[in-house]
Design a protein around this ligand. Structure first.
Ligand SMILES: *[C@@H]1O[C@H](CO)[C@@H](O)[C@H](O)[C@H]1NC(C)=O
Ligand SMILES: *[C@@H]1O[C@H](CO)[C@@H](O)[C@H](O)[C@H]1NC(C)=O
Ligand SMILES: *[C@@H]1O[C@H](CO)[C@@H](O)[C@H](O)[C@H]1NC(C)=O
Ligand SMILES: *[C@@H]1O[C@H](CO)[C@@H](O)[C@H](O)[C@H]1NC(C)=O
Ligand SMILES: CC(=O)N[C@H]1CO[C@H](CO)[C@@H](O)[C@@H]1O
Ligand SMILES: [Cu+2]
Length: 633
């Protein structure tokens, strides 16, 4: 999993010409005129169903689908070169999320909520609001791609591209699955190079890589309020400096994702296994004393990915994070939609596993353009500014619940949202294969399979001898084992900036620059917020958010090297409390390391549960009651 490709590509970075970084594809005529005609302000979000449902593919799969990939790159590039003032430009669509605080589709902020944005965070609407947002983006990109396909010379080629174009759906980036051997979690197509060679209607040309960065055309320094946003003319990840010459360090971003992949994957696996209530699954707002089993959420996991992609605090000393680390600026970075499409896919898979639970009324912890803090949000709350019809009605959580109405699905769900028992078993198998491999549960399935093959199927197996060598009776008792987690809660605005809580077993290196390669790093909880105490930041002051970092895999490796005797509470508690035990480090997105004892409202609680391991790939682990053992001092 070493980010091998990335060291090579640093060389490529040095030799690339600056010119190619800002070049669109030259079709040989004025595309803006044609493009404008093709994309006449579709303010109604309808999806581009054309009567059928197509797969949203993983970005690496889409890359293998060559004609579609070419169209995706050309379409994204053209969208980014569309006049910023157009409501369907890259700038306007990504600007819906926060800055530049424009009004979109005529839906203005309600009094007192200016300076927030349309997006809903720490809210029951977090997963559902982003669904029509992605569909809007998909529909605009789809439309551009249909037009581009007509620009190939008439005949066989044009037919081929037009046929491919009808299959286009936006890709997702799976940051939790094990990447292909020798590759980083961060695909080279996204972080590898600021330019890309594309074989379009006028032949092969080198253009600005639309997945690497968005270059503002031009940057509106007034709308971007404060440094460095008001002088960074393109989006950056793990920036090399705070000044106008900042470059992305995607090698570092890749290293950080590779280090955190196992942890992200286990969190996702636990969300699929043990989060059966939409209220807690959906968002990161912490409700004190509700349960030891519901600290994590889809949103909290999503926050960590934002934080890692922006990269704040893990690069050069005192260099801040890039756009992805900060709510109001994050959507401009092309990685945002790839990430959010993954979030939507997780949501869709989770819906399939938990068909009964849905949005229940909840008080909004934060304001948005059309929500005042304290207002009750429910399944019929308008997801503004996404019009469902030209009569002015908006999409709601209820009306976006069946996503296939927008003409897309995901491979794991291809049998449709209507839920035969078989289809749901297939989904669980996919979850085990993709996200179970970092969990002790998978070892049990493997052992079971081996036994099943040898003895023609056995109901209550023990791990086979190879497995038992590493995970002996001290870990597994019958078909169960004890899962350990760190439950973290903290004030979202404990610091004036976004930050991350890192857990280590044993001493953390003093210099955060060496954290990315530290072998004793266990996991990260990213806290995604605003760059300062602006109006939106102020609204966050009182909000507590929570997340979970799984510990079991780290503990098993300590058992492997003899430092820890078993997963029993008596052993684990003593071990984690010892000097070689668990350490908490907090780093701000500006690069400052903070004393974790001085962070407002920070609590780290060590908890565990007996978990019944799945016997086959068609089952997920079954968690028992999660009990808290002790608080980190
Ligand atoms: C730049 O942003 C300011 C403040 O949001 C806005 O008033 C102005 O119209 C914008 N300028 C352009 C060219 O969009
Ligand atoms: C990117 O980060 C890596 C790892 O910290 C570092 O070795 C490298 O020098 C950085 N590259 C640049 C251009 O700053
Ligand atoms: C889900 O969680 C919410 C919020 O904590 C709670 O009010 C509700 O009763 C739970 N629903 C179920 C079915 O347990
Ligand atoms: C968390 O676990 C502890 C220890 O078992 C228990 O005392 C406490 O009540 C639990 N908290 C909740 C909210 O269930
Ligand atoms: C498209 C489809 O078949 N939808 C059905 C899914 O299942 C529910 C509940 O059984 C039905 O009400 C839908 O009509
Ligand atoms: Cu996001």
């Amino acid at each position: 999993m070493a980010p091998f490709g990335f060291s090579l590509l640093r060389l490529a970075l040095l030799s690339c010409s600056v010119l190619s970084q800002h070049t669109p594809y030259d079709y040989g005529f004025d595309v803006t005129r044609h493009a404008k005609r093709a994309i006449a302000t579709p303010l109604v979000v309808r999806g581009e169903v054309g009567g059928d449902v197509q797969l949203r593919q993983e970005i690496r799969q889409l890359e293998q689908d060559q004609d579609l990939w070419t169209l995706y790159i050309l379409g994204t590039s053209l969208l980014q070169f569309t006049e910023q003032s157009s409501p369907t430009s890259w700038y306007s669509i990504t600007g819906i999320h926060g800055i530049p605080h424009q009004t979109w589709g005529g839906v203005g902020p309600t009094p007192g909520n200016e300076g927030t944005g349309y997006c809903t965070h720490s809210s029951i609407l977090f997963p559902t609001w982003h669904r029509p947002y992605l569909v809007l983006y998909e529909q605009v990109l789809y439309s551009i791609i249909q037009t581009i396909a007509t620009w190939w010379p008439e005949g066989e080629q044009r037919d081929r591209y037009q046929t491919a174009a009808t299959r286009f759906r936006i890709p997702y980036w799976d940051w939790a699955a094990t990447p292909p051997s020798g590759e980083s979690v961060l695909p080279l197509s996204v972080g590898g190079s600021p330019y890309v060679d594309v074989d379009g209607p006028s032949g092969v040309q080198r253009i600005a890589n639309p997945l690497f960065s968005y270059t503002f055309k031009p940057l509106n320094a007034t709308a971007f309020l404060q440094p460095p946003w008001n002088f960074w003319t393109a989006t950056v990840r793990s920036p090399t400096t705070n000044d106008a010459g900042a470059q992305s360090n995607n090698s570092l971003v890749a290293m950080n994702f590779d280090q955190n992949q196992a942890s992200l994957s286990q969190r996702l696996y636990i969300l699929f296994s043990n989060y059966g209530n939409y209220s807690t699954f959906s968002n990161n707002a912490w409700i004190p004393l509700i349960s030891n089993a519901s600290y994590d959420s889809l949103e909290s996991l999503h926050d960590t990915v934002h934080n890692l992609a922006g990269g704040g605090g893990l690069g050069q000393p005192n260099v801040q994070g890039g756009h992805m680390s900060y709510i109001p600026y994050s959507a401009f970075d092309p990685i945002f939609f790839l990430h959010h499409c993954m979030v939507d896919r997780i949501f869709a898979i989770w819906q399939e596993l938990n068909p009964e639970t849905w949005v229940v009324p909840q008080v909004a912890a934060l304001p948005s353009y059309t929500t005042s803090k304290g207002q009750v949000q429910d399944s019929r709350t308008a997801l503004t500014p996404f019009y469902a019809s030209s009569d002015g009605t908006f999409w709601t959580s209820d009306t976006v619940r069946d996503y296939t109405r927008f003409g897309y699905t995901y491979a794991e769900l291809a049998s449709g949202p209507n839920k035969s028992r078989r289809a749901r078993a297939n989904v669980r198998t996919a979850v085990n294969r993709l996200y179970g491999t970092s969990s002790p549960a998978s070892l049990f399935i493997k052992a079971n399979k081996a036994l099943g093959l040898r003895k023609g199927g056995i109901k209550r197996p023990q791990p086979d001898s190879a497995t038992a060598g590493r995970f002996n009776d001290a870990a597994f008792v019958g078909g169960s084992y004890r899962e350990w987690i760190a439950n973290i809660h903290v004030k979202k605005k404990a610091l004036h900036e976004p930050f991350a809580v890192h857990l280590f077993v044993g001493d953390a290196p003093t210099d955060p620059r060496s954290w990315a390669l530290a072998r004793n790093h266990v996991g990260t909880m990213g806290v995604f917020s605003t760059p300062s105490k602006d109006a939106y930041g102020m609204a966050m002051e009182k909000l507590d958010v929570s997340g979970t970092v799984p510990l079991t895999t780290a503990l098993l490796s300590r058992m492997g090297n003899g430092e820890l005797a078993s997963l029993k509470p008596v052993d684990v508690e003593e071990y984690l409390r010892s000097a070689r035990g668990l350490q908490v480090r907090v780093v701000g997105s500006s690069g400052s390391v903070y004393d974790s004892k001085k962070i407002k409202g920070l609590g780290v609680s060590i908890a565990s549960s007996i978990v019944q391991a799945p016997r086959t790939e068609e089952e997920l682990p079954v968690w028992g009651t999660v009990v808290a053992h002790f608080e980190m001092g």
